[in-house]
Ligand binder design. Sequence first.
Ligand code: SAM
Length: 293
Amino acid sequence: MSVKPWIPQLTEDGSFTFFSEEFGEAFHSRYGARREAFVKFARATDLVERSQRGCVCLLDVCYGLGYNTAAALETIWTANPHCRVEVYGLELDETIPRAAIAPPLIESWSPEVQSILRAIALEHCYTTPQLSATLLIGDARQTIQVLSAKRFQADAVFFDPFSPRRCPQLWTVEFFAQVTRCLKADGKLATYSRSAAVRSALLEAGLQVGTIPLGDARLPHEWSQGTVAAFDGRSLPPLSPMEQEHLQTRAAIPYRDPFLSDSAEAIQQRHHQEQQHSQWESTSSWRRRWGIE
Ligand SMILES: C[S@@+](CC[C@H](N)C(=O)[O-])C[C@H]1O[C@@H](n2cnc3c(N)ncnc32)[C@H](O)[C@@H]1O
């Protein structure tokens, strides 16, 4: 098998990411790969509070370089060094976690977490009394079914595929329905996407949605840092009126993949046709109404 040359790219917080030629996107926000893992995933899913229960189960959808798992472990063990963690990662391309254990990428993590990332990348599993970590390699549309068959239930799901435009197969109602089967009754799913199509797919899959507020992040042309979802919406930061209205526009038509097997092109085409026939308000008029460029 030929090994792809994954070239580290510096992001604004000093941590590194990769760029995928295949998907035409970077793996992380250019504002900071490490920062993104802590703010949009570890913090948004309340890992400090959950660590006090003594045991936390995590599902890392699109493990990639492993940053979301790494940030979660550092967050949990800083808050409660005795907390036990069970984590499953889903990833298509095993060359990515392996490329990510080389310096300088891995150096942004503590020595303990570096050893764990190395073991996960090389062995795809790692077990100690405090941690059980497993990386399932393959299309997440199939590997998620392994987890739901064994009734795995996560306290926190990190949902981190490439964008819906580039990788629609992982943002469909049907895939979210599979992921939702692996979420505990009081668990939370977090994603960097604040797209209306993603939020409406989560709603159709049976979850309530909230926003990840911008906070002190200064991100031009952004109104949110992402989405957090749960069965019970009362613990979620509410959507603003602008975000709620976004869910009534054509942008909110979700992606669909009835048998979890269609190509990206087929899913895009189905989505496009559904948008063409929709009577909902156009997204451009919503943008004009709210003064979004
Ligand atoms: C945005 S990156 C994830 C970044 C990662 N969470 C991190 O912290 O490094 C998206 C990842 O999804 C993976 N991917 C793409 N299609 C996939 C699929 N069908 N099933 C599982 N993983 C997939 C890519 O290989 C890539 O590693």
